[in-house]
Design a protein around this ligand. Structure first.
Ligand code: TXA
Ligand code: MG
Length: 345
């Protein structure tokens, strides 16, 4: 175990602390930092040993590539072979922000950072703290979500701390994440741009910006050659079993109560919309937010999954949410957490 130093947002104004952050990254150290989506574990993307350490700390398979974070658009040409026209339009609309794009990489970026791929995922985040940190580091920052591989991503500092204290050099506490779901990953190297992971920048938003059709490969079978290596691994899994229920709230109530009657010793909970909180009787509930405020629901997804472990819940039912707009990304994460176990009532 090493000593992890925790800094606050205010600390980043201190010249000595800036120097320490800079030196930590240039020595190959790891810094957990907040972004507008989720927290990340950052290391120097140009240092293959730093990338190797990220994989070790996360317990992540080394063929699952890291996203490289930059602090300004000017940095992009330093790491990619080509900048497709479509990506220029998207940058104008969505950068800085929660859209990651896949480009052909050049030789400056080591294969260790891209999981052995000849492509590179680049993200220019909008979070001022993330940008401060990347600019202090003065190198591109490779950063996966700050969680142990397979566990829910971290959207609150206490969750990052639980997973990674003693495993990284520094952590920056930036409070809760504003979006709460990881960035949209879009491949712009294919003739038709392809969504590899849905996020708050939706396929429809990308299509409107480009005026063309965009493919969605995010629900592609995890077995046949996934385009994004991350798609083939178990994700966001709490310790308990998870099942998504499709149906109206009367049917959900009847199903959960029947389950609890048949399995009195199994601690059971229902993740639901706040609209239905007062309807459900005699069961442990975790409301995520009102249906007409899906961005509030998005913010709660990962914290709720982690709370299920904190509460030692063994059977987690989730009443399915709408897949409209950001709802598509919300359900993508919940379906993964459930290992695609669903039931139509
Ligand atoms: O919002 C986010 O994107 C957060 C914050 C920290 O920026 N990062 C994040 O990283 O979610 P990570 O490593 O947990 O997820 C990266 C995803 C994985 O599914 C990975 O397979 C995919 O992006 N990816 C990265 N490089 C890729 C590449 N060259 N080709 C295809 N997919 C790639
Ligand atoms: Mg992740």
């Amino acid at each position: 175990m090493k000593q992890t130093i925790v800094y606050t947002i205010q600390d980043l104004q201190d010249p000595q602390i800036k120097q320490h952050l800079h030196d930590t990254i240039h020595r190959g150290g790891l810094v957990v930092f907040p972004t507008e989506t989720v927290y990340g574990i950052g290391g120097n993307a140009l240092d293959k040993l730093a990338s190797k350490r990220i994989y070790e700390v996360k317990g992540r398979p080394s063929d699952n590539p890291l996203i490289v974070h930059i602090g300004s658009i000017d940095e992009l040409p330093k790491y990619v072979l080509q900048i497709p026209l479509v990506s220029l339009k998207l940058m104008e609309s969505f950068w800085p922000g929660p859209l990651t794009m896949i480009f052909e990489k050049n030789d400056v970026v080591p294969l260790e950072t891209t999981g052995g791929l000849s492509t590179i995922a680049i993200r220019y985040p909008s979070s001022p703290v993330a940008l401060d940190f990347i600019r202090i580091a003065k190198v591109p920052i490779a950063a996966p979500s700050a969680n142990i591989s397979g566990k829910p991503s971290s959207t609150e500092f206490k969750h990052v701390f639980q997973d990674l204290n003693g495993l990284v050099d520094v952590m920056i506490d930036g409070g809760p994440s504003t979006i709460g779901l990881e960035s949209t990953v879009l491949d712009v190297t294919t003739p038709i741009p392809t969504v590899l992971r849905p996020g708050s920048v939706t396929k429809e938003m990308i299509e409107t910006c480009l005026g063309t059709f965009v493919q969605d490969a995010s629900e592609q079978s995890s077995i046949d050659a996934p385009k994004s290596p991350g798609m083939k691994y178990t994700h966001y899994k709490p310790s308990g079993n998870v099942m998504i229920l499709y149906g109206n709230r009367q049917a959900v109530q009847a199903h959960v109560q029947a389950y609890m009657k048949d399995n009195p010793l199994i601690k059971t909970a229902l993740i639901c919309a706040t609209d239905d909180e007062s309807f459900y009787k005699d069961m442990l509930l975790r409301p995520l937010g009102y249906r007409n405020q899906p961005s509030q629901i998005a913010k709660q997804v990962f914290s709720a999954l982690r709370e299920m472990d904190e509460w030692n819940v063994q059977m987690i039912f989730i009443h399915a949410f709408s897949t409209e707009d950001i709802g598509f990304a919300i359900m993508n994460r919940l379906l993964k957490a459930a290992g695609y176990h669903i039931m139509h009532l």
